[in-house]
Ligand binder design. Structure first.
Ligand SMILES: C[S@@+](CC[C@H](N)C(=O)[O-])C[C@H]1O[C@@H](n2cnc3c(N)ncnc32)[C@H](O)[C@@H]1O
Length: 191
């Protein structure tokens, strides 16, 4: 049983179904849940994974028993870089970095509670920039998950292809072969 508690547009749900994994998809936004239902309602004979879609809050997964999940694979908002609603109560994409990080503590605690011992929790996170300075909030999230009890098994870098960079930095980063924020981190934790 896989869990994606920030299900969004339903990518993880579709892939789980295709890979014959059962999955629970949770989101706080009815619009996202509607999209998830549309995305997974395809017929493809070899895809036998069952998809359970529920409305909920990643900070309180009380419908999921302790140590019942085999894999968590999820993608929270990156604080308020992209707002996923116009102000739904509990939507973490409404929060500035400091408050967002505070709210990721109960998210990490719930991940730890519902996951079986020895199993993996994969979290995709990105960084941001404020007033010209780099804010490495993905590493803050990594630390929050370690503090919740997880060990870090792997850090995987995922290239982003839709980054906006100003002409100066774009030209120079290509010319001198370095990368600015052009990636996200997939942190793979083990309980
Ligand atoms: C980065 S998107 C997920 C994208 C998804 N991986 C996809 O492929 O479309 C983050 C999602 O988290 C949801 N969200 C924000 N706060 C939440 C909360 N407290 N509990 C559950 N979902 C939340 C948002 O509604 C949004 O759909």
């Amino acid at each position: 049983m896989v869990l994606d508690q920030f299900a969004g547009g339903g990518t993880t749900l579709v892939e789980a179904k295709l890979l014959n994994r059962d999955i629970i998809g949770i989101d706080i936004n009815d619009g996202a849940l509607e999209r998830c239902r549309e995305k997974v309602s395809f017929d493809y004979e070899p895809a036998k994974g069952k998809v359970y879609i529920k409305k909920g809050d990643a900070r309180n997964l009380d419908s999921i028993p302790d140590e019942s999940i085999d894999l968590i694979c999820t993608h929270p908002p990156y604080a308020d870089i992209i707002k996923y609603s116009d102000g739904i109560d509990g939507d973490l994409s409404q929060l500035k970095v400091k408050d967002f990080l505070e709210q990721m503590k109960p998210v990490a605690a719930e991940c730890y509670r519902v996951l079986k011992k020895g199993k993996f929790c994969a979290i995709l996170m990105g960084d941001t920039r404020q007033k010209g300075c780099m804010i490495p909030m993905s590493f803050d999230v990594m630390k929050i998950f370690q503090d919740a009890g997880f060990t870090l098994k792997e850090t995987i870098i995922k290239e982003q292809h839709n980054c906006k960079a100003t002409g100066y930095w774009k030209t120079n980063s290509v010319k001198y072969n370095f990368l600015l924020i052009a990636h996200e981190y997939l942190f793979v934790f083990r309980k």
